[in-house]
Write a protein that binds this ligand. Structure first.
Ligand code: ATP
Length: 249
């Protein structure tokens, strides 16, 4: 049985107003429902730009993005309540505690007080933040900050979750906790689209990938199939084979 498409990206190009060049050129990708999809590529490839377009934060210069749920296209308004976004930058208030941050962002999604309380405590527990739930987030380690960033992005139980480098700068323990939790919510049906520079993590985590370089898709498909077709045994080798060794400064 064919898995239905959840996000259809059609010929998306982006040129920022201040720029002479495209940051994305003619990007077309289909992402299946309940997939773990990796958007991978070197620095400056266009990954954050693409995620920002998919989340509706910035518009494409040309091209279209369609979202589908239960086989039907959904409106932009409906899409907003269905998606979650965990950005690369910390998106919380340093002066507030994890409980206060989660209450604040939960209220923005109009979650009922009762449901929010349950969801908040559940996330604090699962992500190992319960003991520090009443301390200011500004005093936290990098790993704890990444985990609270994740908790905020999923407080409203999104069906589609975008994560931009969710494990950057964290230790192995926090990385494992984050990936384990993401695997858990994927198993219960959440579609995950994520970027990372951590190739062994992406290799373990992603089912399908798109490799982007200089704003263009240079490879896409099922990860194992791409490795076999390129005669390599690891995602890192595939990445180097297709994007080369030179710096992207
Ligand atoms: N607001 C902006 N205005 C102008 N150019 C931008 C803007 N944001 C990004 N760019 C440019 O668009 C290109 C793609 O950047 P983007 O941040 O999407 O890449 P990335 O793949 O996420 O990189 P990284 O892995 O370093 O985070 C780069 O050349 C970048 O300089």
């Amino acid at each position: 049985m064919e898995i239905p498409v959840c996000i259809e990206i059609q010929s998306v190009s982006k040129r920022y107003k201040s720029s002479q060049e495209n940051s994305l050129t003619d990007v077309s990708i289909d992402i299946a429902c309940a997939d773990v999809f990796g958007l991978l590529g070197p620095n400056g490839a266009g990954k954050t730009t693409l995620i920002s377009i998919l989340c509706g934060i910035i518009p494409p210069t040309s091209g279209q993005v369609h979202y589908y749920m239960n086989g039907s296209q959904i409106s932009d308004a409906k899409r907003k309540s269905k998606i979650g976004f965990v950005p690369q930058e910390y998106a919380f208030y340093q002066e507030l505690t994890p409980r206060q941050n989660l209450d604040y962002f939960g209220a923005m999604y109009n979650i009922s007080k009762k449901r929010l309380e349950v969801r908040r405590e559940e996330l604090l527990e699962i992500l190992g933040l319960a003991k520090s739930a009443d301390k200011k987030v500004g005093t936290f380690s990098g790993g704890m900050k990444r985990r609270i960033n994740l908790a905020i992005g999923i407080i409203h139980e999104p069906e589609i979750l975008f994560l931009d480098e969710p494990t950057v700068g964290v230790d192995v323990q926090s990385r494992n906790a984050i990936i384990r939790y993401l695997q858990l919510i994927n198993e219960s049906g959440t579609t995950i689209i994520y970027t990372s520079h951590h190739m062994s993590e992406a290799e373990e985590f992603c089912k399908h990938i798109a490799l982007i370089d200089h704003g263009k898709v240079i490879a896409k498909g099922e990860l194992e199939g791409l490795k076999a077709a390129n005669h390599v045994s690891s995602l890192q080798s595939l990445f180097i084979n297709l994007t080369g060794e030179e710096y992207r400064d």
